[in-house]
Write a protein that binds this ligand. Structure first.
Ligand code: COS
Length: 386
């Protein structure tokens, strides 16, 4: 791996920076204040190719490599984490699952519409009683002559109120534990399917979050993504991509904290000079810069492994763990540099802190990432009683 971006990757990064600054940044504060899920902006991101960045071109995607994808996600994340969440869910959790597990028919039916943004998808894994223990799904799928009947509930589902279809993970045979799970492609307009908005979140006010209810929703056999029994692997492989995307978005938050803090420290004067001239302020800027670069390198390493087709689950967890925790520290420090001005939304740093907080929770808590890393180091599965 070398640390130079290709000319094409640099162009992708510059284009994503100018799109994000021109289109996303100007709307981020109002969307946050108004809890507005900005579908117009989602359509613009789709037109840029961001919702299908890593999807092969034959299915309507941009066919980019994972490293290039991280550059886009970083720039969108630098502008607004709510919009970054859209890219991560649509591209990493939904589209990449279809690419990896879909039949040719499913890919042709779904992917062009996912990439164009005509259809939003959502990822129905988490349930009210099932978070970290993802294998323990309470949602049930019962075999019928016509296909399957699904019943259960899902919680904290990004884009669940706007999605045209949902990936729904359900247990087909509780005796088989995780090997009984299946992933279903469920049209959200089907009878028995409903969603409800979740309000009162600390951050990500511009992101749509839902609880889903499935009450005897009937789907056909060809709604299964992968085989019956593959559901857990579908979820885990999606999270390998989703965690990478969250990590890249957090690099964007770190970078935004550095940029905002340097600009503010140069402009703000105390004791007759810019606060940037004080060593204690420079120390805060330096800490943020080091964390940003370290997080980015970890994301790039994971991206390099993905592009090389090598195992990367552990390296993805390392990147996710470090980048999310670093972004929380950076956002907190950025407010410190801004002083009282950082506590209100005239500056974006208070939004960065509120938005970033969820990233050590969703797509696997920091503790889950540590379990994955610890298991790789020791060979011991801490979740299995010894
Ligand atoms: N890709 C594909 N398959 C994977 C995989 C991956 N990254 N990780 C594990 N698997 C497979 C394993 O190979 C194993 O297959 P077999 O049944 O053939 O043996 C199976 O999945 C079970 O794996 P494992 O034993 O590692 O599962 P555990 O229950 O011990 O642990 C953790 C799984 C804790 C890592 C998992 O439950 C997890 O990530 N939890 C957090 C869930 C989460 O992130 N939720 C947030 C969702 S917000 S969208």
């Amino acid at each position: 791996m070398n640390f130079e971006l290709t000319d094409e990757q640099q162009l992708i990064r510059e284009t994503a920076r100018s799109f994000s600054e021109g289109e996303i940044v100007p709307r981020a504060r109002d969307n946050d204040r108004n809890e507005h899920f900005d579908t117009g902006l989602v359509a613009k991101m789709a037109a840029q190719g961001y919702l299908g960045a890593i999807v092969p071109q034959e299915y309507g995607g941009a066919g980019l490599d994972y490293l290039s994808y991280s550059l886009i996600v970083e720039e969108v994340g630098r502008a607004c984490s709510s919009m970054r969440t859209v890219v991560s869910v649509q591209t990493s959790l939904v589209a990449s699952s279809l690419v990896r597990w879909g039949t040719e028919e499913q890919k042709r039916a779904y992917l062009p519409k996912v990439c164009s943004g005509e259809w939003l998808g959502c990822f129905g894994l988490t349930e009210p009683d099932t978070g970290s223990d993802a294998a323990n799904q309470r949602t049930r799928a019962r075999k019928t002559d016509a296909g399957w009947t699904i019943s259960g509930g899902k919680m904290w589902i990004s884009m669940g109120n706007h999605a045209s279809f949902a990936l729904v993970f359900a247990q087909t045979n509780p005796e088989l534990a995780h090997r009984g799970l299946a992933c279903f492609l469920v049209d959200t307009s089907l009878p028995g399917f409903s969603s409800q908005e979740i309000h009162g979140k600390l951050g990500l006010h511009g992101s749509d979050t839902a609880s889903l209810a499935l009450d005897d929703v009937e789907v056909s056999d060809d709604a299964i993504l992968g085989e019956v029994g593959d559901g857990f692997k579908v979820a885990m492989s999606a999270l390998d991509s989703g965690r990478y995307s969250v990590a890249a978005g957090c690099v964007g938050i770190c970078q935004a904290c550095v940029d905002e803090s340097v600009a503010y420290a140069m402009e703000r004067r105390q004791f007759g000079r810019p606060i940037a001239s004080f060593q204690l302020v420079q120390a805060m800027l330096a800490d943020m810069k080091v964390e940003t670069d370290a997080a980015r390198m970890l994301v790039w390493r994971a991206g390099y492994l993905k592009d090389a087709g090598k195992p990367n689950t552990t390296e993805t967890s390392i990147a996710k763990l470090y980048a999310t925790e670093a972004a929380i520290r950076c956002a907190n420090t950025a407010i410190q540099v801004h002083g009282g001005a950082g506590y209100v939304d005239d500056h974006p740093v208070e939004r960065y802190l509120r938005d970033v907080r969820v990233t050590t929770l969703y797509e696997g808590t920091s503790q889950i990432q540590k379990l994955i890393i610890g298991r790789a180091l020791t060979g011991i599965n801490a979740l299995v009683p010894s």
